[in-house]
Design a binder for this molecule. Structure first.
Ligand code: UDP
Ligand code: MG
Length: 312
């Protein structure tokens, strides 16, 4: 018989963090044991090229609450988090980085806050121990834009330290590179989102896996998500916009031909071509409408937000 599901699951993406892991595991155990609740710690090793896997398997040997997931190649932080969600069983699921920058001592406060009646509690690194130009500044701009564009007014969406109610987590679509958009997606599905100021520490071992290139990807993803969300609600409109110039050209050629201003016989052929393109886009739009309706993608999934109301 499988062991009963723990109350709390902690998910950590790991890529080349061999020095941090033993210290981190000790801190996690102290924090989780102090809560007196059942838990599991899920490390997703994103195909580290250092000794992380060996360290993790040693920790697993010593600690029965440990789960290790090993990726066959380096997929990235968000897929690692998604894989951790997939194997997690707790009613409450927390995520944090494995480089000691997030502090496991914050876990009890996050859980407490979640249980006050939130579906998701997002950590806020108010005093962030990262460089200004490459980290804090792009992050500030990105958070402001995410808030404006998606309506998710959250200070620090990129903070990995978060606590989710399982029901919400299971219904969030999670794409490559986009873990920071989960709060925005959660807002879109009606979730109640709380914030909590958390402790943040400078990286002690190894180095960050990201450069300024990530900022560019985040901005592209932001527009991608916005387009997708709007498109899913109204695909026919988008195809109609594409059809419009062809429709106008067809009408123009028709008018010129009928009025005699441009009267070669080929005009009919040119007009038919434009009209055909117009019909093509409109039909594609109808098809997209049909596909989205059949798949149910235009609704957020079956997630039922908590019925409690509280101020953030
Ligand atoms: N990480 C990962 N796969 C990657 C890159 C990073 O699993 O390809 C993990 C990494 O081990 C850490 C977390 O994601 O636990 C955040 O990475 P990092 O600390 O480099 O990012 P930063 O704190 O600089 O934003
Ligand atoms: Mg880090």
């Amino acid at each position: 018989m499988p062991a009963p599901a723990p109350e709390i699951s902690v998910v950590l993406p790991v890529y080349n963090e061999e020095e941090s892991l033993p210290i981190l595991h000790g801190e996690l155990m102290d924090s989780l044991v102090s809560m007196g609740r059942s838990f599991e710690i899920i490390y997703v090793n994103d195909h580290s090229s250092d000794d992380s896997l060996r360290v993790l398997l040693e920790l697993k040997g010593e600690c029965p609450q440990t789960v290790v997931v090993q990726f066959p190649c380096n997929f990235g932080q968000t897929p690692a988090m998604a894989a951790g969600f997939e194997v997690s069983r707790g009613k409450i699921v927390l995520t944090l980085d494995a480089d000691l920058q997030n502090d496991p001592a914050d876990i009890p406060r996050l859980v407490e806050r979640l249980e006050e009646g939130w579906d998701l509690v997002v950590g806020w690194r108010k005093k962030r121990e990262d460089g200004f130009v490459l980290r804090r500044l792009p992050s500030k701009i990105a958070n402001g834009m995410i808030a404006k564009i998606t309506g998710a007014d959250i200070h620090d969406t990129g903070c990995t330290l978060k606590a989710y109610r399982r029901e919400l987590m299971e219904n969030l679509p999670i794409y490559a590179e986009q873990h920071r958009f989960l709060p925005a997606l959660a807002v879109a599905s009606g979730a109640r989102i709380g914030e909590l100021v958390v402790h943040h520490r400078a990286r002690r071992f190894g180095e960050s896996k990201y450069g300024i290139g990530r900022a560019v990807r985040v901005f592209l993803d932001l527009f991608n998500i916005k387009m997708l969300a709007t498109f899913l609600r109204n695909p026919l409109l988008y195809f109609a916009i594409l059809a419009l110039p062809f429709g106008l050209m067809a009408s123009l050629v028709f008018t010129l031909r009928v009025s005699g201003a441009w009267a070669p016989n080929a005009a009919w052929f040119v007009m038919a071509l434009f009209a055909q393109c117009t019909a093509f886009f409109v039909l594609l739009g109808l098809l997209a409408e049909l596909v989205i309706r059949i798949s149910g993608l235009h609704h957020s999934k079956s997630f039922e937000p908590m019925s409690m109301h509280r101020n953030r």
